[in-house]
Design a protein around this ligand. Structure first.
Ligand SMILES: Cc1cc2nc3c(=O)[nH]c(=O)nc-3n(C[C@H](O)[C@H](O)[C@H](O)COP(=O)(O)OP(=O)(O)OC[C@H]3O[C@@H](n4cnc5c(N)ncnc54)[C@H](O)[C@@H]3O)c2cc1C
Length: 468
């Protein structure tokens, strides 16, 4: 069994298949595992994440994956989400004593950055999501409806859209509201905020991301498999309609009974030969799946500028601030001389920043951080790094699910994984793990020994049970 790609999708498939007794050979292009959800050492010596990654309580498959590979204790979960606006008004969202779906009502009612009118309009839309268990029929068409159109149809105030829906969804889905399929947006609110008291809890890794995957190699090697890094697949030879050989550098060739291609859709489109594409009409539309950018900005200050573990900023380019100094259990990994606090800022759907220079981005973000955090006004920036990911995720645009292929294909022995395959989820670590588990299930089904890896969603609790 060969898995190509050591991102979360390939790792989830590889670990699940190894646990089922298969000898898995996993080949990864880069010198480390984790794909987009990884970390690496900069030439100047700091170990940085390829952008902060967070999970939510409703991400049941990612949670299962971290447990399987012994990393669950490397992710800290937080019950309180903290918001700050440029006027210095703050607000927190946290579950109170009421059962779902009313568990956030107390903190929502007290949330200063929104007016009563905004809150009433949000409550109305939330009721629509609740009464339909996250599946209002008006958004369920093949071409989809944009989240912005749905919010307008629910008569949301401009400030509710800007300071509530946009804040949550641009970060969760990496796209602006007018470019997001309402099904994804509504699902976020149903699964994370309405159906269950714990779905919204935010999980933040307490180690650099690459350290979450140490157990994957062990799981695969224990069953006689191999993990090979710096091993890009360069070509695929097809004979009689099936894959005969994978071609690597230095004339290396490998073959197996089954192959899981766990590559980004753009890389897969370049690698698969025409015979495979013509046998699989579902692969004809990969170029219709667009991508959207995320920019990560790393700031090292000469003094502590916040004690919050993370903050959501309202009405600014910077959407999230993560206090890595507070979040990491071990600080020795990112030693920047003279630095007392390391912050990581995230800007999703950062189309505008792609055009700006590194210096412009640093200046813009520093201004916003100094406005939001008074202690940063006196603080000196010791070091700053900008990481622009132009193709961070696939864009969840209306109707995109029509172009996402299933994990099983028409070609015997060929299986697909990747956050962009048909999982029903947007481009997330959860979506990637789901795709890997679904690919492993498809492999085992075709081998006549079916097994189940996909985990169920969190069950609706409290009064939300009445609507599911
Ligand atoms: C900046 C950024 C921030 C993000 N933030 C979050 C977040 O907070 N929460 C969240 O849930 N998700 C987040 N995501 C999305 C998440 O990272 C992805 O959805 C997920 O990691 C995708 O996993 P994957 O395995 O499908 O793809 P990838 O991670 O892209 O894995 C594909 C792998 O294939 C390898 N590969 C490519 N070509 C070849 C070849 N020819 N041969 C061998 N190997 C090859 C690549 O090197 C890569 O390792 C973020 C993504 C980015 C970029």
């Amino acid at each position: 069994m060969i898995v190509i790609g050591g991102g979360l999708a390939g790792l989830a498939a590889g670990v699940a298949l190894a646990e089922s007794g298969w000898r898995v050979k996993l080949f990864e292009l880069r010198p480390y595992l984790g794909g987009r959800a990884t970390s690496y050492v900069l030439p100047s010596g700091e170990h940085v994440d390829n952008c902060q990654h967070v999970t939510l309580g409703c991400c049941t498959n990612l949670d299962d994956f971290y447990r399987r590979v012994g990393s669950a204790n490397k992710v800290k979960f937080f019950d309180r989400l903290f918001f700050l606006d440029p006027q210095g008004r703050s607000g927190a969202m946290q579950a109170g004593i009421l059962p779902a779906p009313f568990h956030m009502t107390g903190s929502f009612a007290a949330f200063a950055p929104l007016s009563l009118g905004d809150k009433l309009s949000i409550a109305r839309a939330m009721m629509r999501i609740l009464f339909t268990a996250g599946k209002p029929k008006e958004v369920n068409t093949p071409a989809g409806m944009s989240m912005l159109d749905w919010l307008k149809s629910q008569k949301q105030t401009p400030r509710a859209i800007e300071r509530f829906w946009r804040v949550v969804l641009v970060s969760a889905l990496d796209e602006e509201l007018d470019g997001t399929d309402a099904r994804f947006g509504i699902d976020v609110f149903w699964k994370a905020f309405l159906s269950n008291r714990t779905g919204y809890r935010m999980g933040v890794p307490a180690v650099p991301l690459a350290e979450l995957y140490d157990g994957c190699r062990v799981a695969i090697e224990q069953k006689g498999g191999e993990v090979t890094l710096r091993a890009p697949v360069r070509g695929v030879r097809v004979e009689k309609g099936t894959i005969a050989v994978l071609q690597f550098e230095n004339d290396r060739e490998e073959s197996a009974d089954a192959y899981v291609f766990a590559l980004p859709h753009t890389a897969l489109a370049n690698l698969l030969p025409p015979e495979i594409k013509s046998a699989n009409p579902a692969l004809a539309s990969l170029d219709k799946i667009k991508v959207s950018p995320i920019t990560g900005v790393h700031f090292w200050f000469d003094r502590p500028v916040t004690s919050e573990p993370f903050i959501t900023l309202l009405d600014t380019n910077v959407q999230w601030v993560f206090n890595k100094t507070a979040l990491y259990t071990d600080q020795s990994d990112a030693p920047v001389p003279g630095a007392q606090q390391y912050l990581q800022l995230v800007i999703s759907a950062s189309y505008e920043l792609l055009k700006k220079s590194r210096e412009e981005i640093i200046e813009l973000c520093l201004k916003e951080i100094r406005q939001a955090l008074p202690a940063a006004r006196e603080g000196q920036l010791v070091k700053a790094t900008v990481i622009k990911e132009a193709s961070a995720t696939f864009s969840p645009e209306p109707g995109v699910d029509r172009f996402r292929p299933a994990q099983a294909t028409n070609t015997p022995g060929l299986f697909l994984a990747g956050d962009w395959t048909a999982t029903g989820w947007p481009a997330t670590m959860e979506g990637a793990v789901r795709s890997g588990y679904l690919a492993a299930e498809a492999v085992l089904r075709s081998a006549g020994s079916p097994a189940k890896f996909l985990q169920p969603d969190l069950p609706p609790t409290g009064l939300s049970k009445l609507f599911s």
